[in-house]
Design a protein around this ligand. Structure first.
Ligand code: HEC
Ligand code: HEC
Length: 476
C-alpha cells in the first residue's frame, strides 16, 4: 500500500529530479509529488522557497551571446530570491531609510527620475544607472567610470558609500563590518542565507553573490526589436515588424559615418553600443559628455548601461541620460552625437573627425527623429511589472512568512505507520510545522525549535491524505 502522507511542497519545474534525489537518498521516505496549481495563494510579504520563482532558467534569445557572469556565481533561484530581499531592504542603510530600490526603481527600468539620487547623507555625484540586461555584455566592469572590477564587487559599494547607504566608517557612521552583525540579528536573514548558501553565516562575499545574482537576473527581451530580430537572419536586415522610419533609424544606428563629402547614412552608434545586446564596448573612452553634477569636469565616464529600456513602453522617459543626467530627451542625445560639442583628452577617437576636429555628422532632422524612433523599439514590457523583480516586502515593510524549500524537509515512515518529519534549516530558531489537505489552507500543528545543527523533528501518526511543510514567521 502506498501511504498518502506526503511532503506538501514541490517545485513544478524540477519536481522529477527532486523526487529522484530524495528517493535515492532516503529509501524509506514517502514522496507523493504534487503539482502546485496557481491556487495556492501568494500572501503579501510571503517568500515561498518551496516553489521558487524561476531566475536561473529564464528564456534567453538565441541571438544573445554575451554573458559577463563571474565564474562560481551563476544565478540560482534561492540566491536571486535572497538578492531580491536584500535589494529592497532599507535596513541595508545605516539608518534604515534607503534601499537599493530607493535609487533603482523597477517602474523606471531600475533608474531614478532625479538627476542626483538622495542617499542617507546627501545626494549622489552621478546619475543612477538603469539595471537592465547587465549580464549580457562583454564589459565586466561596472559604474560609469568602470571602477568596479565585477558586478559582485560593485554591489556592496553603495552600502559602503558615505552618501548612499552610509556604512562608511566616516563622520561617526558605522563601517561595513557592522552590517553582517546587524543582519545576523534579523532571524529571517539567517533562514534565507542558510537556504541560499547552506549555512546561516552572513558575509560580504555572500551578500555580493546574492545581490549580483539578482541584478544579473533582471532581463528584458520582449521588445519590438526582439520580435523583429527573431524573424530575420541578422541585425542589419530590415525587420518586418518595423515602420520604414524605424528601419531607417536602425540602419543609421548600425552604419559607420560616411567619409567627409559623401551623403550621411550612418551615425556609428553600434561601434560602441553593439546590438543585439546594446552593451558598451569595453574599450570605449568618453563620449564628450564631461560635466560633473555640482560643477567641474569629469573625463572618466566611459561606460554606459545597455541602451535597452531607455523609455518605458508607455512612452515616459527613463532618463535623464548620461552620467550627469544632463540630457533630458533622446532627441538631445542624438543631437549631441550629431555635433559633439568639444574635444577633451579622453574623448573616444571614434568621435573625432578623420582629418581633425570633433564629429559633426550633419544628420537631417528626419534622420535624427528616425534614430529616436529606432531607440524607442528597444524597450521591453515585463521587466517593469514582473514579480521576479518587485518589492517582496508587505505594506508594513516586513516579510510575513518564509516557507522552507523541499530540500530542507524529509519525511520518513517506519513499520508502525508513524511519520517522522524533519527539517534542516538555520539553527536555534522556531519553525511552524504546518499541515494541509488541499495545499491551500495550512494549519499549524506545532512550533518546533531547531537545535544547534539546525535540525528539528516531529513524529506524527500517519493519517489520510495530508501534506506537511515548515515555515518561519519573521518577528515584527
Ligand atoms: C542613493 C542612491 C543609490 C543607492 C541607494 C544605490 N545605488 Fe546603485 N547606483 C547609483 C548611482 C548614482 C550609480 C552610478 C554611480 C557611479 O557610476 O559613480 C549606481 C550604479 C549602480 C550599478 C552599476 C550599473 C552599471 O551598469 O554599471 C549597479 C549594478 C548598482 N548601482 C546596483 C546597486 C545595488 C545592488 C544597490 C544596493 C546595495 C544600489 N545600487 C544602491 C545610485 C544608488
Ligand atoms: C565612442 C563610443 C560611443 C559612440 C560611437 C556612441 N556612444 Fe553613446 N555612450 C557612450 C558612452 C561612453 C556613454 C556614457 C557617457 C556618459 O554618461 O558620460 C554613452 C551614453 C549613451 C546614452 C545614455 C545612456 C544612459 O544610460 O544614460 C545613450 C542614449 C547613447 N549613448 C546613445 C548613443 C547613440 C544613439 C549613438 C549614435 C548616435 C551613440 N550613443 C554613439 C559611448 C558611445
Amino acid at each position: 500500500m502506498i501511504p498518502h502522507a506526503s511532503l506538501g511542497i514541490c517545485s513544478r519545474s524540477d519536481a522529477p529530479s527532486l523526487l529522484t534525489m530524495k528517493l535515492h537518498l532516503l529509501p524509506r521516505s514517502i514522496l507523493a509529488c504534487c503539482v502546485l496549481p496557481a491556487l495556492s495563494h501568494a500572501t503579501e510579504g510571503m517568500i515561498d522557497l518551496s516553489k521558487l520563482s524561476n531566475y536561473a532558467r529564464q528564456t534567453i534569445p538565441s541571438y544573445i551571446t554575451k554573458d559577463n557572469t563571474t565564474a562560481g556565481n551563476s544565478i540560482s533561484d534561492a540566491g536571486a530570491t535572497l538578492g531580491r530581499v536584500l535589494f529592497y531592504d532599507k535596513r541595508l542603510s545605516r539608518n534604515d531609510t534607503v534601499s537599493c530600490a530607493s535609487c533603482h526603481s523597477q517602474s523606471r527600468a531600475f533608474s531614478d527620475a532625479a538627476i542626483a539620487s538622495a542617499g542617507v547623507n546627501g545626494t549622489t555625484g552621478r546619475h543612477a544607472m538603469r539595471l537592465i540586461n547587465s549580464r549580457f555584455a562583454n564589459e565586466r566592469r561596472f559604474f560609469w567610470d568602470e571602477r568596479a572590477a565585477t558586478l559582485e564587487a560593485q554591489t556592496t559599494q553603495p552600502i559602503r558609500d558615505h552618501v548612499e547607504m552610509g556604512f562608511s566608517g566616516a563622520s561617526g557612521d558605522p563601517d561595513f563590518t557592522s552590517l553582517p552583525t546587524k543582519l545576523a540579528a534579523i532571524p529571517e536573514y539567517r533562514v534565507l542565507f542558510s537556504m541560499a548558501f547552506g549555512s546561516s553565516t552572513i558575509s560580504e562575499a555572500r551578500m555580493q553573490n546574492a545581490l549580483a545574482q539578482f541584478v544579473r537576473s533582471i532581463q528584458s527581451f520582449d521588445s519590438k526589436f526582439d520580435i523583429g530580430r527573431a524573424q530575420v537572419a541578422n541585425n542589419a536586415a530590415p525587420f518586418p515588424n518595423y515602420t520604414a522610419r524605424e528601419n531607417n533609424g536602425k540602419a543609421l544606428f548600425l552604419n559607420p559615418p560616411a567619409p567627409p563629402g559623401q551623403p550621411q547614412n550612418g551615425a556609428g552608434c553600434a561601434g560602441c553600443h553593439a546590438p543585439p545586446e546594446f552593451d558598451i564596448d569595453p574599450n570605449s573612452r568618453n563620449n564628450g559628455i564631461i560635466s560633473k553634477i555640482g560643477g567641474g569636469n569629469d573625463l572618466t565616464n566611459t561606460r554606459s548601461a545597455s541602451l535597452r529600456d531607455l523609455v518605458h513602453p508607455n512612452g515616459t522617459s527613463n532618463g535623464p541620460f548620461m552620467h550627469d543626467g544632463s540630457l533630458a530627451t533622446l532627441a538631445q542625445v542624438v543631437a549631441h552625437y550629431n555635433a559633439i560639442p568639444g574635444d577633451n583628452a579622453n574623448l573616444d577617437p571614434r568621435l573625432r573627425r578623420p582629418g581633425g576636429g570633433v564629429q559633426n555628422l550633419g544628420l537631417t532632422a528626419n534622420q535624427q527623429s528616425d534614430l529616436v524612433a529606432f531607440l524607442l523599439t528597444l524597450s521591453g514590457n515585463s521587466v517593469y511589472t514582473s514579480e521576479l523583480w518587485s518589492n517582496p516586502f508587505d505594506a508594513q515593510n516586513q516579510l510575513s512568512l518564509i516557507v522552507l524549500p523541499t530540500q530542507a524537509v524529509t519525511i520518513t515512515t517506519d513499520s508502525s505507520n508513524q511519520l517522522t518529519i524533519r527539517c534542516q534549516a538555520a539553527p536555534n530558531l522556531p519553525y511552524l510545522l504546518q499541515t494541509s489537505t488541499d495545499l491551500i489552507q495550512w494549519t499549524t500543528l506545532e512550533t518546533l525549535t531547531s537545535d544547534a545543527t539546525g535540525r528539528c523533528e516531529k513524529v506524527v501518526p500517519m493519517s489520510g491524505n495530508r501534506f506537511y511543510r515548515f515555515a518561519f514567521v519573521p518577528p515584527s
